[in-house]
Ligand binder design. Structure first.
Ligand SMILES: [Zn+2]
Length: 148
């Protein structure tokens, strides 16, 4: 069996996965019903996306009479984690704090979210470095251009 972290889900496929994650088990007709208005996708497009997700083992099919029932083989949590890792791997370690700050700025947060973040930051402060080191290869980052 493939490891969960090796599955990359595209933006379009993510729309399908959200329907499956929300419902647990769904037929393709139910997926089409949810998405045809939101995305104006044709039923054939949605079925192609479902097929791709089955091929990459993000979805599992079981047959119930003449219907196919789909369920998720990857959790929303694991997929989110893979997705955020993917984003963070694209920037220098030094820029990640700014990326998180932007995310906080752009996100509607509840008081309990803020409370959790505050506690997390207090913990982080205890082991914080004066400066985050750059881990980029030479030539891919401004910080290690200046070293030469
Ligand atoms: Zn760097």
């Amino acid at each position: 069996m493939e490891t969960i972290t090796s599955i990359k889900i595209t933006e379009a496929e993510w729309e399908i996965m959200r329907v499956v994650w929300a419902s647990g088990t769904v037929t393709s007709r139910e997926i089409v019903k949810v998405l045809e208005n939101k995305k104006q996708w044709k039923s054939a497009t949605i079925k192609t996306l479902i097929g791709r997700l089955v091929d990459k083992k993000a979805l599992m099919t079981t047959k119930d009479g003449n219907k196919f029932i789909y369920s998720a083989l990857v959790t929303e949590e694991n997929s989110m984690e893979f997705y955020t890792d993917d984003i963070f791997s694209r920037v220098c370690d030094k820029q990640r704090g700014q990326l998180i700050a932007n995310m906080v700025m752009d996100t509607v947060l509840s008081k309990s979210d803020i409370d959790r973040l505050r506690k997390l930051l207090e913990q982080k402060e205890m082991t914080a470095l004066d400066e985050v080191p750059c881990n980029c290869i030479a030539g891919q980052c401004e910080c290690n251009l200046s070293h030469h």
